[in-house]
Design a protein around this ligand. Sequence first.
Ligand SMILES: C[S@@+](CC[C@H](N)C(=O)[O-])C[C@H]1O[C@@H](n2cnc3c(N)ncnc32)[C@H](O)[C@@H]1O
Length: 258
Amino acid sequence: MTDRVNRFNDDFVDWEATSYGEAWAPYYDEIFDVIEDATIELLAGLAGNPPRALELAVGTGRVALPLARAGVAVTGVDNSPEMLAKLAAKDGASAIEAVVGDMADVPVAGEYPLIYLPFNTLFALLSQERQVELFGNVAVHLEPGGRFVLDCFVPDLKRFDQANTRMGVSSIKSATEHAYEMSIHHPVTQTITSHLVRRQSSGETLVLPVAVRYAYPSEIDLMAKLAGLELENRWGWYDRRPFNDRSGQHVSVYRKPG
Ligand SMILES: C[S@@+](CC[C@H](N)C(=O)[O-])C[C@H]1O[C@@H](n2cnc3c(N)ncnc32)[C@H](O)[C@@H]1O
């Protein structure tokens, strides 16, 4: 048995914007391997003609590669050289234009019919200020009539106890393969710092850190509004199931007027 530990202290003082990629890149594809057809269909349908899209926080290409295979010319921004190296090693990667940079700056030239930011990753920006800046820069790089699509979890503060902590079981596949989450919630900054402890079937135990700054859909809508974007659609997932009070996540589509 081996232990692979990547641990931050309680208040994550050493956490940097690039820390997620550095810690997760070796394991990301093993842990998150699923991409649903509905996600690719919805995104491809909004990518214009000829189809083009910009993915913010493209990571190892979990979404970008199948979207490129569906005929969309994809540019992907990520701040992690480690995640982008994993992408570069995959079949089809040469179809993706990869840009190293901070997604909040949207460090690309020109305008796109579609910009998308999947997998809760707006919340990787740990201040409201940076999240607002991201929306402003997205609006600059959208064509008139273009769409910005993101998915995020709906915050559920019932998960935390009265001391604002959580120790929870994330999954149990078997006695040898399971995952726990240990989190601290900081209500004032709307941030959650977590360590995910994963016991792999190989016998390896991983400790992976993650920090997020969450926002409710209403706050995200306000950020979009500040950037001049209109909420066009909100669903409970990419398969367009309805969004309602019981939804744990949302897929939101913002449109640049024009
Ligand atoms: C949960 S992964 C999502 C990757 C990919 N979009 C997917 O759906 O599989 C989060 C990604 O965001 C990147 N990231 C985090 N903060 C970032 C930032 N400020 N600018 C650019 N990329 C960032 C990480 O390096 C990582 O690749």
